[in-house]
Design a protein around this ligand. Structure first.
Ligand SMILES: [Zn+2]
Length: 120
């Protein structure tokens, strides 16, 4: 099973988690949009990523019922980001090689510093 839960509601809005099982992007719009993305897998790093502005996603809900969703705006970006995760792809895989290598170097350095620190 490939599963994601997404909620793009605002801070003061009612929460609307979307449970998406076995998603597949079946169509993408012609227009592109750019969002500054971040990710819990890569803390404190944000970068502009260009993706299709709209996507059609086929998926099953928590009860196994099939659905197709046309997403635009933030939800379209969020679903593409999360579906990428299910495919082993991170948002830094969509930025320039130079920027990606800078991020990887930074995290390698951090990991080395933490490994060298004596355990408390
Ligand atoms: Zn992420």
């Amino acid at each position: 099973m490939r599963l994601l839960v997404a909620d793009v509601s605002g801070k003061d809005e009612e929460k609307r988690p979307l449970v998406i099982v076995n998603p597949k992007i079946v169509a993408t719009g012609d227009d592109a949009s750019v969002y500054e993305e971040g990710c819990l897998s890569i803390p404190d790093y944000y970068a502009e990523v260009e993706r299709p502005a709209s996507v059609t996603v086929a998926y099953q809900d928590a009860h196994g019922h099939k659905h197709e969703l046309v997403a635009e705006g933030l939800l379209a970006t969020c679903l593409q980001h999360e579906i990428d995760h299910l495919n082993g792809i991170l948002f830094i895989d969509h930025i320039s090689r130079l920027k990606r290598e800078m991020v990887i170097r930074k995290f390698r350095k951090l990991a080395k510093e933490r490994a060298e620190k004596p355990a408390l």
